[in-house]
Design a protein around this ligand. Structure first.
Ligand code: MN
Length: 252
């Protein structure tokens, strides 16, 4: 069997250590193409740069950067004919991110968005994130194993979000999304010219207790593997949607 082709992206930038270690671990068993942001894009979510020019840079064999978002990178790699990828990849992996993406983080995460962009195009995809006190080399080895195992399953989940806790030699568990309780803040300051500016984003998050969740696994030192759906439709809320439509019914 020919070697699988893996597209590697991230949101920390193409020079990030987590991405480098993952690409290195994958190269032993797969053909690898890296296409990642020129500079860090953490919390960029799924933004696409539709209204400005983008530049694609080559940094040697199979390593590219784009001066855009994580989703831009995967979009460019998949649609730039053979400029980036020699063929359609068998799997897309995003990471290993420096920092976790648990529970509600999946809405904000550029790491998850890069994987999701691949999944939306019908390619099996993973996002892998590691705690700052995780052994990043061991996390990259594990990420590489999961990346190669996913397409081999055949009927595996389309998109999975993986979080690696502290240390190494972790047990693995299938999880659901937990709940992150952010200490959200807006802090106003003044610049040296006397003009006001502000910072958003507070000091981290706490975990609400959710049984079987990625946050629970993480806190117990276990790698959580969370399958994600691409269909955000809320089946149970369709009655409320009907009520909303009825509340402002017009033109009849
Ligand atoms: Mn990041």
């Amino acid at each position: 069997m020919s070697r699988p082709l893996v597209l590697v992206a991230n949101d920390d930038g193409y020079r990030a250590r987590g991405l480098g270690l993952l690409a290195q671990a994958l190269r032993r068993r797969a053909d690898v193409v890296v296409c990642a942001p020129e500079v860090e894009q953490s919390a960029a979510s799924h933004a696409l740069s539709l209204h400005r020019p983008l530049r694609l840079f080559a940094h040697g064999e199979g390593i590219f950067s784009v001066d855009g978002t994580p989703a831009d990178c995967v979009y460019v790699a998949l649609h730039a004919e053979t400029r980036v990828l020699p063929r359609r990849p068998d799997v897309v992996v995003s990471g290993v991110n420096h920092g976790v993406n648990l529970g509600d983080d999946v809405f904000y995460s550029g790491t998850v968005a890069a994987a999701r962009e691949g999944a939306l195009k019908g390619i099996p995809a993973l996002a892998v994130s590691a705690a700052s006190d995780a052994d990043l080399e061991a996390a990259a080895e594990l990420a590489a194993e999961l990346t190669l195992a996913l397409p081999a399953l055949g009927t595996g989940p389309a998109l999975v979000n993986v979080n690696v806790p502290r240390g190494k030699g972790w047990p693995l568990r299938a999880t659901r999304l937990g709940r992150r309780i952010y200490r959200d803040e807006v802090e106003f300051r003044r610049d040296p010219r006397g003009r006001e500016y502000l910072w958003i984003g507070g000091p981290g998050a706490e975990h609400a207790p959710v049984e079987g969740s990625d946050t629970e696994a993480f806190d117990a030192g276990i790698v959580g593997i969370t399958p994600l759906v691409l269909d955000l439709w809320h089946r149970e809320a369709r009655v409320e949607a009907e009520s909303l439509a009825a509340a402002v019914r017009q033109g009849q």
